[in-house]
Ligand binder design. Structure first.
Ligand code: SF4
Length: 267
């Protein structure tokens, strides 16, 4: 996710793994998609006004939809799925009215033609709720417990491993899960240096497990650039030194045998 909507945003730059406000990546993605859908609706609304077509229901919906994405308004993912579908339904209806009135309805590919898929095949997944058939996950080798810290990228690794076995991975907006937030425990890494370390470590482990070696210089440069940026931001060499060490350690971990082929609930 990437969100820099409000003044709480992480490090003054943007919330990436999870929002400071508690916003989760799935909600951030759905909010982005809702704005995209509303852009499409608005294209027809603007053209409609030029030919005398204006729908109070659409005007009200547009205000409500945009307001729903503001900080801390509501983080219910199901609500955003409903709003996205409603935006598309209203857009399709408005398109017919605008066309009948002689207005422009030809906008080409983009928000104007956006229709959400019920589910789609995806290359990978990061930081999201996911489910596997147990036999498939076993065949793919299970979760790799060598990913350390908050196990960042462990889920990406699992998806890539499942795909290597020949299975597909599908995204669906309709699966839901109630996550009971706890005041302690869970995937939190309050120590930023430790966070930098495990990001570097896990990135390298993921790279050597799944990506072609010839793109390593690019992969490596991006990570080192991030560590440099962290050093400048924190006015300390520690993030850079820690980052470099983490990459060496990540490679060493890659050379060690995989642990147990962990399955959910096996820890
Ligand atoms: S709205 Fe939440 S996720 Fe977005 S920048 Fe503000 S704190 Fe971060």
């Amino acid at each position: 996710m990437f969100c820099y909507q409000c003044e709480q945003t992480a490090k003054g730059e943007g919330c990436t793994n999870v929002g400071v406000c508690g916003k989760q990546p799935d909600v951030a993605a759905l909010q982005d998609l809702l704005i995209y859908a509303v852009k499409g609706l608005s294209l027809y609304a603007i053209e409609g006004r030029k030919v005398g077509v204006s729908d109070p229901e659409i005007n009200k919906f547009t205000c409500e939809a945009v307001f729903s994405t503001l900080t801390n308004v509501d983080f219910d993912a199901d609500r955003f799925v409903s709003l996205i579908n409603e935006a598309v339904r209203l857009k399709d209806a408005l398109k017919g009215k605008v066309s009948a009135a002689g207005g422009k309805v030809d906008f080409g590919e983009g928000p104007a033609t956006f229709t959400p898929e019920n589910s789609i095949d995806v290359d990978t997944a990061q930081g999201c709720n996911m489910s596997f058939r147990r036999t498939v996950l076993i065949e793919a080798g299970g979760f790799d417990e060598r990913y350390g810290g908050t196990a960042l990228l462990e889920e990406t690794d699992a998806v890539l491993s499942v795909r290597k076995t020949g299975f597909t991975v599908r995204y669906t907006p309709y699966a839901s899960l109630t996550h009971l937030a706890l005041p302690t425990g869970g995937c939190r890494m309050p120590d930023e240096i430790a966070d930098i370390y495990w990001y570097g470590h896990n990135s390298i482990l993921l790279f050597f497990k799944h990506f072609p070696r010839h793109v390593f210089p690019v992969w490596c440069t991006v990570r080192i650039g991030k560590f440099l940026r962290d050093s400048v931001r924190m006015k300390s060499l520690q993030p850079f030194v820690t980052g470099l060490k983490s990459m060496f350690d990540g490679y060493r971990t890659y050379r060690t045998p995989k642990k147990s082929g962990g399955l959910p609930g096996s820890r």
